[in-house]
Design a protein around this ligand. Structure first.
Ligand code: DON
Length: 586
């Protein structure tokens, strides 16, 4: 703007706007759901209802998480599962935190080159479709481990609502229909999957019709009655192994018999006085969220403002550096040494800041370590109970409806988690992640994940529960929700709904959700050298589920503290991107 008159008008206009109370108002998001005693936020409203019922009947947050986990396996088949795996971060009312890793393991017969042809190139589809893509599932043992160590209710009581949902069916609403339509092509290829997710006449289900899953109900009933052995040692494992053998897979009975859950220490870091607890390896999530937060802590993000070119520039650069570490240094802790101490060190964050120019985009290729050779689905849910026990769960089949196969008679959709490994160093996977040796395939190894179920505490009290699906973007989605609350003062619904940006080192591109950046901000960033792509695939930007404790935003909490200290109210928000989801409280 060169005309001095126009410039003066613009300055006066901006000044007047800054005086108006409207200038303080953020995007038009619905109000978060408010409740006094407990909150359950999931991507499928029936599962949220089931979780709240468990809390009302005196179950704790872990009990509710188990009931929700099984319910989503029925009502949210695109990602809810017992044929996949995931992570559970727990913070108990006494402040103890822990983490359960029930993610898939590579079958014993897997090899590091199993997805390559004889010229050494990855064969398209081999790590994503059909039985060769399937890792040994962990959800059933994960839920049972959570229940026996931290729950209070019987398995039968917690599984009963899911069994009923599968046996009697549930009425399909718009979000459910959209999700089935999304998977239709994949599901139609497998006769056992098609028999469940299409009507007997082969047509897709329509709005208002009822989806019954009789085989799944029977599988769930036998797990409910006999425990995890029904899945890992009984007829269910036998059926999956047989289907795998018939379908050119490599799953064997021993893989199921030997599956084990790991209880691990969560990753912990502190961001501007808030204690963050998140997923350790075999997830990269907690480490990389903390690494990015440590870098951002050195910048006055709140002052620079939400969506400003300055804020977005330092976010991109912090992401660029942290994803190099994600993709080259991390892997299953039973197989590789993860340099967690270094990556979480605030001095390391300072070294990264020293490499970030305030004026110029970095160049990803220059960060390449020496010798370094899509609709998708996961689901996250957040729960807190009356006593302040908090649980964050992210679990998945990896791609939408996983490998798209159901072992006949089981009703159980199987994952395609093997694609999360490095099929070949330097070759991108389903999420465009270019990974290295630390995440190479090995028998019994767990592929590196980005899932980041996160709990935040302030002054030893629960403050926030948060997480999301989104493949490689899970980390930045979760991170952005955190800084939107802590730095930008948004309420939990605004923080989750706000449009997102993402950088993952390679490809050297900034992805932005439509409307995330104004045209002039884009111009400023482009002028610094950032290559920005608008990514309009709305399914790839995640579906976060969050809870704030004590107020719907920081400003609200400060007021509550002065008027009625520690009111302990819960504020829940499901992402507006999650068509079938709901935050439910009581
Ligand atoms: O563990 C991971 O990082 C991936 N398997 C997660 C997949 C995912 O989030 C897909 N959903 N959008």
């Amino acid at each position: 703007m060169h005309d001095p008159y126009k410039r003066a008008v613009a300055v006066v206009f901006a000044f007047v706007l800054s005086l108006s109370p409207l200038a303080e108002v953020y995007a038009a998001s619905p109000e978060p759901v408010e409740a006094e005693h407990g909150m359950v936020v999931t991507a499928q409203h029936l599962a949220s209802d089931i979780g709240v019922d468990v809390l009302k009947k005196g179950g704790n947050a872990v009990d509710a998480a188990i009931a929700v986990g099984y319910a989503l396996a029925v009502a949210y088949p695109t990602a809810g599962n017992i044929g996949g795996g995931g992570f559970m971060t727990i913070r108990l009312k006494d402040g103890k935190t822990t983490f359960l890793d029930f993610r898939e393991r590579a079958p014993r017969a897997s090899t590091r080159t199993m997805y390559l042809d004889d010229k050494g190139n990855p064969v398209k589809g081999l790590s994503t479709d059909g039985y060769l893509a399937v890792g040994v599932p962990g959800s059933v043992l994960g839920f049972e481990t959570a229940r026996t160590r931290y729950g209070t209710k019987s398995r039968e009581e917690l599984m009963e609502p899911a069994i009923k949902l599968a046996r009697d069916g549930f009425v399909l609403e718009e979000g459910d229909i959209a999700s089935l339509a999304d998977g239709a092509k994949k599901l139609a290829k497998d006769p056992a999957a098609a028999a469940i997710f299409f009507k007997p006449d082969g047509k897709p289900y329509a709005l208002g019709e009822t989806l019954v899953q009789a085989d799944l109900a029977a599988s769930l009933s036998s797990i409910s009655q006999q425990g995890p052995d029904a899945f890992y040692k009984g007829p269910i494992a036998d059926a999956i192994v047989k289907a795998s053998q018939d379908g050119k897979g490599i799953l064997a009975s021993q893989d199921f018999e030997q599956y084990d859950v790991r209880e691990l220490e969560p990753i912990k870091c502190n961001y501007r006085g808030y204690d963050i607890f998140s997923s350790p390896p075999p997830s990269s999530g907690g480490v990389i969220i903390c690494e990015i937060l440590n870098v951002l802590e050195g910048y006055p993000i709140s002052y620079l403002g939400y969506g400003s070119a300055d804020t977005v520039h330092v976010m991109i650069e912090a992401m660029r550096h942290a994803y190099v570490d994600r993709n080259t240094a991390l892997g299953d802790p039973d197989f590789v040494e993860n340099p967690i101490g270094k990556l979480l060190d605030k001095r390391y964050a300072k070294e990264i800041r020293e490499q970030i120019s305030p004026f110029k985009a970095g160049v990803s290729q220059e960060l390449m370590p020496k010798g370094f050779g899509e609709s998708t689905e996961t689901t996250h849910y957040s729960i807190i109970d009356d006593e302040g026990n908090a649980v964050a769960v992210t679990y998945t089949l990896n791609g939408s409806f996983g490998a798209g196969v159901v072992a006949p008679g089981t009703g159980i959709l199987l994952n395609n988690e093997m694609d999360d490994f490095t099929a070949k160093p330097g070759v991108p996977n389903l999420y465009g992640l270019v990974q290295g040796e630390a995440n190479a395939i090995a028998p019994g190894k767990t592929p590196l994940s980005s899932m980041s179920p996160t709990i935040i505490a302030k002054d030893d009290k629960p403050f926030m529960v948060i997480g999301s699906p989104g493949g490689a973007r899970i980390i930045t989605i979760t991170l952005e929700a955190i800084i939107n609350v802590i730095d930008h003062g948004m309420d939990i619904q605004e923080a989750i709904d706000a449009p997102r940006i993402h950088h993952q080192w390679l490809p050297d591109k900034v992805y932005m959700e439509p409307y995330a950046l104004s045209p002039d901000t884009r111009r400023l960033l482009a002028g610094m050298g950032h290559d920005i792509d608008v990514d309009e695939r709305w399914t790839i930007w995640g579906k976060a589920a969050g809870i704030l404790v004590g107020g719907k935003s920081l400003a609200d909490m400060e007021q509550a503290n002065s008027e009625e200290a520690g009111s302990g109210r819960y504020y829940g928000a499901i992402d507006s991107r999650a068509a079938s989801g709901a935050a439910r409280g009581y």
